[in-house]
Design a protein around this ligand. Sequence first.
Ligand SMILES: *Cc1c(COP(=O)(O)O)cnc(C)c1O
Length: 491
Amino acid sequence: MPEPLIYELSSPGRPTLPLPETDVPEAKLPEAFLRQELPLPELSEIDVVRHFVRLSQYNHGVDTGFYPLGSCTMKYNPKINEVTARLPGFALSHPLQDTEVSQGSLALMVQLQEWLKEIGGFAGVSLQPAAGAHGELTGILIIRAYHQDRGDQGRNRILIPDSAHGTNPASTTMSGMEVVEIPSDARGNVDLDALRAECNECVAGLMLTNPNTLGLFEENVLEVTKLIHDCGGLVYGDGANMNALMGVVRPGDIGIDVLHYNLHKTFSTPHGGGGPGSGPVGVVDRLVDFLPGPVAEVVEEGDDDLPPLYGLVMPEKSIGRVKAFMGHFGVMVRAYTYMRILGKDGLRQASDLAVLNANYLRARLGDCYHVPYDRICMHEFVAEGRWEDAPDVRALDIAKRLMDFGFHPPTNYFPLIVHEALMIEPTETESKQMLDAFADAMLKIREEALSNPEILTGAPHTTPFGRMDEVLAARQLVLCCRPEDFQPSED
Ligand SMILES: *Cc1c(COP(=O)(O)O)cnc(C)c1O
């Protein structure tokens, strides 16, 4: 049962904190702006503290339990990242400060760019884009600028496999280019014949999510990128999930010309709920001049006595600015910290363990859940949440039932090319015990689907609130909990 709402606890005259006597003359306020009816709850301090702490406990986060959200990598966020992001020299610096008094921040940005270049195999990086999808838009604008600069005006199509992330076609459409969808083959790779048929002089480029949203590495990636290059196009790589590849494969070495990273996924920053992200873009040599700017750079080399001088430089043929100031600097500090602490070998190990954990779960669940493209996966895999012998149970029911076992549900109903998809990404930090507990719950759910399907279709049973009407909740936001605004659900 949910606890009483804050308005129900309210009692007239109960003091929270006494306000001090005013020490300035009272002024008359404009009537039009004054609200006479402002029903605020009246509570003591402890009531308020309990209310908000209780609300926070209704939430499931990576700090409270397993969170196997596929595609959007909810990985553990080391707390040291928060300490460094709050260092006054970083947290209190202002983007309009002169570069002479921002040398530390600029040095951090340059170092972060260098590491991202090394991880991706690229010649240049811009840290400006605010999120993954924003990096995609930036990348497509770079591709467009490249073709236009060469006087190659007719290229207005971007080929996108149907296993791509949904933001790929959205970003392409926003850039004004036309999306051409390419089907996948039976192994979950790009269908090469279908791709070949679309390769012509109208192609500006291809967007390749690799690993794709099935969690699979594109086995024919060299052939795919060659086909695109041979017809004069460029290859965009969606590198949101570089946490499968760090230290193993460099996208720049396999024909990717421009790629975005998701610092808030691969390099650990809390995200979700619309919090800040960062989607830096890396490019090969021939695209460096088109990067959005200004970009942090060493403008004067140092020597034994003097450190280098850092500055901000606009690339020669830049597509311009894509974000105010320098982008989301706090996220950069967290990513920098994460990389520095793990180091080269640690990043490689994070990828190895992410892939190992996903394959362990895939193997443990494989007998009970159909995995349509069943081969060694990368950091995540996609299973079907449906069975012929339990026709009433759907992926949504499995997801909701997992909450009763204390787990956050995996992403469901995405990717669209798998029916009743359950997309599972355990991440690298989870122990074998945790993976086993999750697998045991999933196997139990499979049994329940046969013996007691109602327990699944009625789930969750242990959470403070039952099954929500998520569409209604999104359309009719109720942000206040006054009793008259709040219609508890039937459950
Ligand atoms: C998360 C994700 C994106 C989009 O990133 P945002 O930061 O949410 O905009 C793009 N592609 C893939 C593969 C992703 O997982």
